[in-house]
Design a binder for this molecule. Structure first.
Ligand SMILES: [Zn+2]
Length: 180
């Protein structure tokens, strides 16, 4: 019998916390545009005629990053952590949810190393608020803002994004083991 097979099952199920252990996670989110809602992306209010519809504040950037962070550690997803059936999550600040996810992966022995996000939308343009978003996210993630990248892309007029029905975000997060 190999050494690995002799290990109790619980030991194998616990995420690795070896120092320097590197993990990668991906997250995706999309929300529909709606009038009369604030547009909040990465914890920053963006000037726009329409906002995003959702149970929480519909911050698709935070939601995609939260899923990427949890996914990298193999610790579930945002829907499990903050069910939209829970009234406590109504209009909830998504930066808070991201901070809770970072706390969860920290308890499991990981730190965030960097995050890269693409926001796919025809409008508005993110560039005027990009640095503010990076700073806000960096503080929630416990990293320097140089470790947070936020990129805006149009969908070249194609499909539901092209028609301006909503926006989508894709995030990648890398984590590093603290070696606790
Ligand atoms: Zn969302």
């Amino acid at each position: 019998m190999s050494q690995r097979e002799q290990m109790p099952r619980e030991t194998r199920a616990v995420p690795s916390t070896k120092q320097g252990d590197c993990r990668v996670g991906v997250g995706y989110d999309s929300h529909r545009f709606a009038p009369g809602r604030a547009l909040i992306l990465g914890g920053v209010r963006i000037k726009s005629d329409v906002g995003l519809l959702g149970h929480s504040d519909a911050d698709a950037v935070c939601h995609a990053i939260t899923d990427a962070v949890l996914g990298a550690a193999g610790l579930g997803d945002i829907g499990e952590m903050f069910p939209d059936t829970d009234p406590a999550n109504k209009d909830r600040d998504s930066i808070e949810m991201l901070e809770a996810a970072v706390e969860r992966i920290s308890v499991a022995g990981f730190l965030v190393r960097n995050v890269d996000v693409s926001v796919i939308a025809e409008a508005p343009r993110l560039s005027p608020e990009r640095e503010k978003i990076r700073t806000r996210l960096a503080s929630a993630l416990g990293v320097d803002s140089s470790a947070v990248s936020v990129k805006g892309k149009s969908n070249e007029g194609m499909g539901w994004i092209g028609r301006g029905e909503g926006l989508a975000c894709i995030a990648v997060a890398t984590l590093v083991g603290k070696g606790k």
